[in-house]
Write a protein that binds this ligand. Structure first.
Ligand code: NAD
Ligand code: USQ
Length: 388
């Protein structure tokens, strides 16, 4: 298939591009490089060194003989986006090209507005490009488990049957997101579902949990093919951060009580889930939702796991309950259904010893690259003018 990957230079997008190329698909990466600009502007960097987008695709060709086409462009740039659609004629579209962190979106008015503009309007352009140039293309969109929030009932996969005053209907599951970033995904979901209904597009919304890990079969082939490893307070996600913190002996930053429970998924399963979604499109006009996670942990469980694994690498790390910069429940019920992708054939890689040790070893090997000033959270949900 011809598969267009929006955001194909990111943490998940690059391994996805290589994985699909390795399966024999023709892949085009389309990316605005906003992620790299953020690092350059603010002095942030990936813990594991990464090459430029051009060096990556060249290295992929050198190592495998396969080509990944590269286009630098923003989803909000209609001229460039529509050109990519017209020239490449995608049969499947993987949409990962968004501003993807909660702290970024909560920094101040400008960053909140950028998140809405970039994500919601970018996705609107994508929907119009699909309608105008590739109406049969299967749109696989990365949403997030955080769209649902943490309700006190089981979380279904996208839809819930409701009985009300003697009548019943199947309706979108209620959304109670916890940041302007997560809200942008909710707005996307509504826009996508509507576009499917009125224009007959076909879309799969993947509500993914927090991803961990940096290793896939393809990233292992050559150091030039590595994907990014974020540990900083803006882009670093829980487990990735905790591994970097352990590597440099920085007390693990548990926000508040640490009872916040989230869905988690290994990056190897992310690339496979997206492939499974691509291979199982809904009918014309169909909008389907899968919850993309394989396990759930509380933040404290993860922190304790990293702490107890550290001695196996000859290191020790403390654990600290810091004041929670976010507004979120620190103890709550959490029971999401996630059977859809398993039924399609996903065989999960769970978080066990070897996987965690591999991540921690990568962090230790690059510990001289850790800038400790970037670890402590400075973005507070309660303020409107946070500095970084
Ligand atoms: P990332 O920031 O590393 O990658 C996103 C890429 O998209 C970047 O290369 C960025 O430059 C590009 N991009 C952003 N806005 C763009 C635009 N308007 N036009 C073109 N390119 C644009 O993030 P990631 O971790 O790879 O996440 C990819 C997707 O998966 C995001 O939509 C994110 O919300 C979702 N997701 C990520 C996780 C996770 O734990 N990393 C979990 C659930 C969902
Ligand atoms: N947390 C800590 N300590 C830290 C970092 C985070 O306790 O040092 C806590 C947070 O308070 C939160 C939980 O860990 O309760 C998860 O935070 P996170 O930064 O790992 O993840 P989140 O902000 O939810 O966002 C990440 C990705 C985002 C994706 C989302 C999936 O950045 O792109 O959408 O995970 S989910 O959480 O399921 O919505």
């Amino acid at each position: 298939m011809r598969i267009l990957i929006l955001g194909g230079d990111g943490y998940l997008g690059w391994p996805q591009a290589m994985y699909l190329s390795a399966q024999g698909h023709e892949v085009m990466v389309y990316d605005s490089l906003m992620r790299r600009h953020f690092d350059l502007e603010n002095g942030f960097d990936s813990l594991v060194p990464i090459t430029t987008p051009q060096e990556r695709v060249a290295a992929w060709k050198e190592v495998t003989g396969k080509e990944v086409h590269l286009r630098i462009g923003d989803t909000r740039d209609w001229t460039l986006l529509s050109k990519a659609f017209q020239e490449f004629q995608p049969e499947a579209l993987v949409h990962l090209g968004e501003q993807r962190t909660a702290p970024y979106s909560m920094m101040d008015r400008e960053h909140a507005l950028f998140t809405m503009d970039n994500n919601v309007l970018g996705t609107m352009n994508v929907l119009y490009a699909l309608k105008d140039y590739a109406p049969d293309c299967h749109h696989v969109k990365l949403g997030t488990m955080g769209e649902y929030g943490t309700p006190n009932i089981d979380i279904e996969e996208g839809f819930i049957e409701i009985n009300h005053n003697g009548r019943k209907d199947t309706l979108p599951f209620p959304k109670q997101p916890g940041s302007f970033y997560h809200l942008s995904k909710v707005h996307d979901s509504h826009n996508i579902m509507f576009a499917c209904r009125i224009w007959g597009l076909r879309s799969t919304d993947l509500n993914q949990g927090v991803v961990y890990g940096i290793e896939t079969e393809e990233t292992k082939l050559d150091p030039r093919l590595a994907t990014r490893f974020d540990y900083d307070q803006i882009y670093g996600t829980a487990l990735n951060r905790f591994c970097a913190q352990a590597a440099v002996g920085y007390p693990i930053t548990v926000h508040g009580k640490g009872g916040q429970t989230r869905g988690f998924i290994n990056i190897r399963d992310t690339v496979r889930c997206i492939e499974l979604a691509i291979l199982n499109p809904p009918e014309e006009g169909g909008y389907q939702v899968f919850n993309q996670l394989t396990e759930q942990f509380s933040v404290l469980q993860l922190a304790e796991l990293v702490q107890s694994t550290a001695p196996e690498l000859g290191i020790e790390v403390a654990l600290e309950h810091i004041e929670n910069p976010r507004v979120e429940l620190e103890e709550h019920y959490f029971n999401p259904v996630h059977t859809g992708l398993l039924k399609l054939g996903l065989q999960p890689h769970f978080l066990q010893g070897a996987v965690l040790i591999g991540m921690m070893q990568a962090a230790v090997a690059n510990k001289d690259r850790v800038d400790k000033k970037l670890i402590a959270p400075t973005v507070s949900w309660r303020k409107t003018d946070n500095a970084i």
